[in-house]
Structure formats: structure tokens, C-alpha cells
Design a protein around this ligand. Sequence first.
Ligand code: AQP
Length: 339
Amino acid sequence: MTNTTHTPRVFSGVQPSGAMHLGNYLGALKKFAVLQHKHECLYCIVDLHAITVWQDPAVLKQQTREIAAAYLASGVDPKKAIIYPQSRVKAHTELAWYFNCVARTGWVNRMTQFKDKAGKNAERASVGLYTYPVLQAADILAFKATHVPVGEDQKQHLELSRDIAQKFNNDFNVPDFFPLPEALTQGPGARVMSLRDGTSKMSKSDPSDNSRINLTDSAEMIVKKFKKAKTDMGVMPGHEEDLSQRPEVDNLISIYSALSEESRETVIGRFEGKGFGEFKPALADLAVDKLAPITTLMSRYLADSEEIDRILLAGADKAAQIAEPIIADVRKTIGFLGT
Ligand code: AQP
């Protein structure tokens, strides 16, 4: 981590919008447990983001608990890191409004994730989906977080958070009030692609369940999905350069490398010239090996939903205590009566 004038603080979040998948795990979760040993960390379950698209009220609560269980099963320790649901801490929405007034519409118009998610029907998308990256800036800056472990898909949103922080500091002449948060996206798992299409990212909302490995998939299911994963007529490559036109194979090598924590070069060297009939089962075995303990732990945590709720509500109290003085300073800086 690079030095800033602010004490390092880590913030990240995952939406309770469906089953967690391998991309969420490698892009974000896997880093969470590591970072908690080095820095103060807040890991939020961003339910306010989830409702930017329709969520069935009957399942939202359960999905929130599932994300919490995934955090815990991936090694996040609530004694070390704060885990909580976003909707329980009012600072997120309050600061989001102030930031709505700081951010420029031109900046938000450039966000590619909105274009991807809204598709051709942008006029019918919720206003929340449009201003989602502004809320994300508020999530991070309500805690003056300096570092944000995320997948590469979130890089553009992090840039926007920096722009908003900088403009607030300039507009109100409070240099360094907000840090300019940095995305932590390093590593081969930063951009896990769909198993059906190597050019689009693995995503919870992809209608094809075969496109992703869910953290709740059984070993048999994982083996089946990798067996079905799209590849091509060739064999495993011998060099990085051979992968430029082979996005699906490139993706499977990245997944192997991220799971085994070996370099891509090592993985390519080991499988050079082998057929997919050999590589895919090796990859599936590795994935089962790494994910099965997480899946087992997740169901153990989920069996005691009262304990999960207790951890989340206690986490929300701690998060609110950190954010409240920061928001009080923001109100004063803006010039509201009574501050
Ligand atoms: N395919 C991915 N590869 C690497 N990292 C990924 N992340 C998501 N997909 C990949 C990272 O996971 C964290 C949580 O993401 P999220 O659930 O908050 O939202 P998302 O990025 O919109 O994830 P999905 O799966 O695509 O959800 P839907 O389909 O609901 O929109 C983030 O750090 C993200 O970068």
C-alpha cells in the first residue's frame, strides 16, 4: 500500500443480489481475510446497491445472511474486521446525497457498468442504478477508507470515487479532508470471465448457471461445469502470446493460477501441449479442493442465522461509530444550521 496522509483503512462490499461465485471470491473475498491482519477493515453487505434492481423482499434477508456466511467462511474474523449490512448505517445514504450534489452528471454518464446493466432499456432502469457509483463513493468515504479490494470491473467506479473526493476537498477548501481511495485489484483473479464466454465477466446475474461456479455448488456440479466450459479445438498453449485470440483458455489458466497461487507462466509450462481432457479435470479438482471447505463452512454458519444476525448488527454499531464523526464534520463543512 502506498502512503497517504490518512491512516490506511480498508473498505469493500458485496451485493446480496444472488449466489456468490468464483469471481467474487477471487476478485474480492480472498483478499479480505489477508488484509484484516494488516489494517482496520470494514466489509459491508451492500443491500442498498442490491435493490437498484428488483429484489424479492422474501429472499433479500436470506441473501444478506449468505454473503455474511461467505465472508466468515473465507476467513473474515468479526473480531478483527467489521462486517455489517449497509442499510443499518445511515451514513451511507446521507453522504450519498451530498455526493449526488458534488458529482457531475457527465461523470456518471460515462460509467460503463450502468450501460452494461441497463442495456438497451436505460430509460426503464431505476434512478438508483444510475447513481449507484455515487453511493459507492459514499460507502468508501463515509469511513475515509484509503484502500478498496475489488475486482477489475470496479476500477472505473473507484476513479469516480477519487474524483468526487477531490472535488469535495476543492469545492469546500478542505484539502485532504477525504483521502483519494485506491483500488486493490492485483492478482490473476481480478477479472474472472464467464465459463460460457471468455469476453464477458462471470456474474451473479448471468441467466446461465453454467457460466459461473457458485460458492454453494457441490463438487459434482463444479466438475460438470468445468467439463462443459467453452474452450476451442486447440491444445494447451506453451506461451502467453498464444493466448491473445483464445479468451476462454486464457480465463481457465487465470482461474487455475489464482486458485493454486502459482504464476501463469508456471501453469502454462505444466500443461503445455496437453489436451483439455487433461487440463479441465485438473482444474476442477483444484477448484473443489479450494472451495469445498468454504462451502461446508458456509452451510455451518447459515445453520445459525441468529448468530449471523448478531454479528451483523454488532458490526453495524461499530461501523456507525466510525462514520458518525466523519459525517458530522461533513455537515459542518457544508454549512448546515446547527452544526
Ligand atoms: N467476474 C469477476 N471477477 C473478479 N471479481 C469480480 N467481482 C464481481 N465479479 C467479478 C468482484 O466481486 C465484488 C463484489 O461484486 P458485487 O456482487 O458487489 O457486484 P458485481 O461486480 O456487479 O458482481 P456480479 O456478480 O456481476 O453481480 P451482478 O450480476 O448482480 O451485477 C466486487 O469487488 C467485484 O469487483
